[in-house]
Design a protein around this ligand. Structure first.
Ligand SMILES: Cc1cc2nc3c(=O)[nH]c(=O)nc-3n(C[C@H](O)[C@H](O)[C@H](O)COP(=O)(O)O)c2cc1C
Length: 373
């Protein structure tokens, strides 16, 4: 095995939607409340994680599990979590299509003060017409049009973060002598979850890193390498790639598989069918990576995201480390079924064990005794 040493960032994709990422009536009872997400984020900080990231989601998928029928708004959640923590990165997600750039520029500058420079931003171009359309905020743009908006949006935001006065007349936004103060004390890391080639290109041109689903499946590993290759071609070797992992740990490989089998036995086909049909209704569904991902997922009828890994702590440490090394990942973002018990296993067993397989993190450097351990 390639024993190259690399320092990998570790984050948690906090469950701001009820049920987390198990679409099943047999899933863990995650409430999607601020209180629960605060407990998860405080735990992640104690475990030594580098960042906590929340998604942006506005409408659930119903079904017997009422999947994601409750979701917290991302940036206000991160404002609270910034007060509740001291060190961990606090990253929120924004749909560029629905927020004027000047509003988000100021909200993020405010979050920079609240968090003392720990805020980060995950940009999404929008891919579910129902999610945003229910609020009258879906713009009838195709995939290319959404990224044209995104290009203009992020350029305006960056100017507002660095220039005293901004005049801008573009295709989507108009600003007249716009002043935005305070400025962020540090420019926030900006990542984007666009995983199509167009999405990657936008991300490389405008962001610090790319965020995409990861697993040890060869196609997923190739996706990670592709992000780095495109970045290298663009002369951006510092560009980071963050893989999103779903980990289902168990005392043994067999027990972990039994957990997944139990979740799958209660899979919420109604919620998954709604999710697929909503994404399929995008006129650019073919170019839209997220749409294809969820449409495929609907056909496979699994309670967890494609590429989810089951196993003992050692198995998962080995598989995640292999994915990081072969996929050249700079960071990992973790989804687990239970964000308290399972997250402890990730932070106290899986991540430390990854050292044996050639992956270094700062988790052991930053971890501190758990408050209630
Ligand atoms: C790992 C990952 C996380 C995402 N998170 C969100 C999210 O929080 N909210 C959202 O509406 N879309 C989310 N998306 C969808 C994408 O941001 C994007 O809208 C979609 O992938 C279309 O762009 P693409 O075709 O370039 O991938 C996510 C996608 C991926 C791959």
């Amino acid at each position: 095995m390639n024993m190259e040493r690399r320092l990998t960032e570790v984050g948690v994709f906090i469950p701001v939607g009820n049920g987390g990422w198990v679409t099943s009536t047999n899933g863990p009872d995650l409430p999607g409340t601020y209180e629960y997400n605060r407990a998860v984020t405080v735990l992640a900080e104690e475990l030594g994680f580098d960042f906590a990231l929340s998604m942006a989601k506005w409408r659930g998928y119903g079904g017997p599990s009422k999947h994601w029928d409750i979701t917290l708004e991302s940036l206000t959640t991160m404002a609270g979590l910034a007060e509740a923590t001291k060190r961990i990165g606090i990253w929120g997600t924004v749909h560029m299509m629905i927020f004027p750039p000047a509003v988000i520029a100021k909200m993020v500058a405010t979050l920079d003060q609240i968090s003392h420079g720990r805020v980060g931003l995950n940009l999404v171009s929008g891919s579910n017409p129902h999610d945003l359309g229910q609020m009258g905020l879906w713009r009838d743009l195709d995939h290319a049009g959404r990224y044209a908006l995104a290009e203009e949006w992020i350029k305006v935001v960056k100017r507002l973060w660095t220039e005293e006065r901004v005049d801008h007349k573009g295709e989507f936004f108009e600003l007249t002598d716009c002043m935005s103060n305070p400025k962020p004390t540090v420019l926030p890391p900006v990542i984007c979850a666009g995983a199509s080639d167009r999405g990657f290109q936008f991300t490389i041109d405008n962001c610090n890193g790319s965020f995409f689903p990861a697993s040890d499946d060869p196609a997923a590993i190739a996706r990670g390498r592709r992000a780095k290759e495109l970045a290298a071609k663009a002369g951006k070797p510092e560009f980071k790639s963050y893989g999103l992992f779903t980990l289902i740990p168990g005392a043994t490989d067999a027990e972990a598989q039994e957990r997944l089998d139990y979740f799958d036995a209660g899979v919420d086909r109604v919620a998954l069918a709604t999710q697929s049909s909503e994404y399929a209704s995008d006129k650019s569904a073919k170019q839209n990576f997220a749409a294809q991902y969820f449409i495929d997922q609907g056909e496979k009828v699994s309670s967890v995201l494609g590429g989810a890994m089951t196993g003992s702590a050692e198995t998962l440490a080995r598989r995640v480390a292999k994915t990081i090394i072969e996929g050249q990942l700079d960071g990992i973002t973790i989804i687990v079924p239970d964000f308290i018990g399972d997250l402890r296993i990730v932070g106290q067993q899986i991540v430390p064990m990854m050292t044996e397989f050639g992956v270094e993190t700062n988790v052991s450097v930053h971890s501190r005794p758990l408050a209630d351990a």
